[in-house]
Design a protein around this ligand. Structure first.
Ligand code: B12
Length: 212
């Protein structure tokens, strides 16, 4: 039986084929999708981030690792999303303006769906006005903002303000997440909550709509 450290290594080396094989093997052996994520895929990607910071990895390596991670996620997503309960609330989620990182957002979407939420995914690079428009069109209860760059975090503040200016801020709850974001930042910009990972995002969403 393969180990989670081998799966981590394959994410780090960007070996898409092997990541897919190992993820499937863990599933065949009865491992839970969430465990495969938390013990294998995500820690592997965390190492990639550290290597990038230490200038040992550059964009091409990061992209290869992201592709490898996605190959595993593709197998896990349907299982994380499998849920036959009636949606408890609607969530609009997107990566903020200027930011194209979407792996974390996609994971949060999958876990929210699995947690019984209906999710409308606005994609990446979503401007404050687009968030406001989409939230209106779809009548969502919660808006989720994702940012992975310190330079795009400020777009979260602009988005909260766009809801304020529009007069629709009191109709929705806003939760934020992404590597550079913190609870303190959520408080500072007037968001309703922050969650550090996809499972915590589901808990936070339930808390925000009072369904816990
Ligand atoms: C993969 C990756 C890329 C890929 C993205 C592929 C894709 N489709 O997403 C590529 C190669 C394209 C890329 C590009 C860039 N990247 Co990049 N990237 C990463 C990397 C290695 C991993 C991110 C990731 O997917 N992590 C795995 C997921 C599962 O974790 P996550 O995103 O954090 O999401 C979890 C939580 O944060 C939370 N969450 C996320 N969103 C939300 C939303 C809500 C509502 C909630 C509640 C929770 C939540 O739940 C998620 C699941 O658990 C990080 C390093 C890191 N450690 O974060 C750098 C990193 C984010 N990138 C970085 C940089 C600098 C860049 C570039 C600017 C590089 C460049 N010079 O061009 C560009 C930016 C392009 C742009 N405009 O956006 C820096 C940011 C530094 C900073 N402080 O701003 C990082 C931190 C690397 C580093 N250590 O320096 N990147």
């Amino acid at each position: 039986m393969a180990s989670y450290s081998e799966l981590q290594q394959c994410v780090i080396s960007g070996d898409k084929t092997r990541v897919k094989e190992l993820t499937q093997a863990f599933l065949d052996n009865g491992k839970l999708p969430k465990e495969i994520l938390d013990e294998g895929l995500i820690p592997g990607m965390a190492v990639v981030g550290k290597k990038f910071e230490a200038c040992e990895f550059f964009i091409p390596e990061m992209l290869l690792s992201a592709r490898a991670l996605n190959a595993g996620l593709d197998l896990l997503k349907p299982l994380l999303e499998a849920s036959d309960v009636k949606p408890i609330a609607k969530v609009l989620i997107g990566t903020v303006q200027g930011d194209i990182h979407d792996i974390g957002k996609n994971l949060v979407s999958a876990m929210l769906r699995g947690g019984g939420f209906e999710v409308i995914d606005a994609g990446v690079g979503v401007s404050p006005d687009q968030f406001v428009e989409l939230a209106k069109e779809t009548g969502v209860d919660i808006v989720g903002l994702s940012a992975l760059l310190t330079t795009t975090m400020t777009a979260m503040k602009d988005t909260v303000q766009a809801f304020e200016s529009d007069g629709s801020r009191n109709k929705i709850k806003i939760m934020i997440g992404g590597a550079p974001v913190t609870t303190k930042y959520a408080e500072e910009i007037g968001a309703d909550g922050y969650a550090r990972n996809a499972s915590a995002a589901v808990e936070m969403a339930k808390k925000l709509i009072g369904a816990r």
